[in-house]
Design a protein around this ligand. Structure first.
Ligand SMILES: [Ca+2]
Ligand SMILES: [Ca+2]
Ligand SMILES: [Ca+2]
Length: 133
């Protein structure tokens, strides 16, 4: 089974949804992923842009509007989502992710993708996440 880093899929998936297309996440190019998350168009995604984007994703994915993401809600947006990662992210064990749990888990992805530890992701680092197996 292909292992793609959750965060890139989430970015890509929400782009596909909000754009009104049923484009598979995998069909998005890294340029498209970058262009959507890079709000100030400086060619890099900083943690603030990242969290902003992920907060949008959170509320987009919360279809029953209870303020938390269930596994079903995550899975509806990210078909490749990993149930183990969902469990790991659910730190209070209530079976759902709060915004805090969601952002915290994704920030770990962000930090791991930031290869040179300068606090921002450049296109090469995003590309590295996309091809990670
Ligand atoms: Ca930026
Ligand atoms: Ca929900
Ligand atoms: Ca929880």
């Amino acid at each position: 089974m292909r292992q793609i880093v959750l965060v890139v899929l989430v970015i890509a998936a929400v782009v596909a949804f909000t754009a009104g297309f049923s484009v598979a996440a995998e069909q998005m190019t890294r340029e498209e992923v970058m262009a959507t998350a890079d709000k100030n168009h400086d060619g890099r995604i900083d943690l603030q842009e990242f969290n902003q984007r992920m907060t949008e994703v959170f509320f987009f994915a919360d279809t029953d509007k209870d303020g938390k993401l269930s596994w079903e809600e995550i899975h509806a947006v990210v078909v490749d989502a990993d149930p183990q990662r969902f469990k790991a992210a659910d730190s209070d064990g209530d079976g759902k992710l709060s915004l805090f749990e969601f952002l915290y888990a994704l920030d770990v992805d962000f930090i791991q993708a930031d290869n040179n530890h300068d606090g921002v992701l450049v296109i090469e680092e995003v590309a590295a996440m996309l091809v990670k197996k």
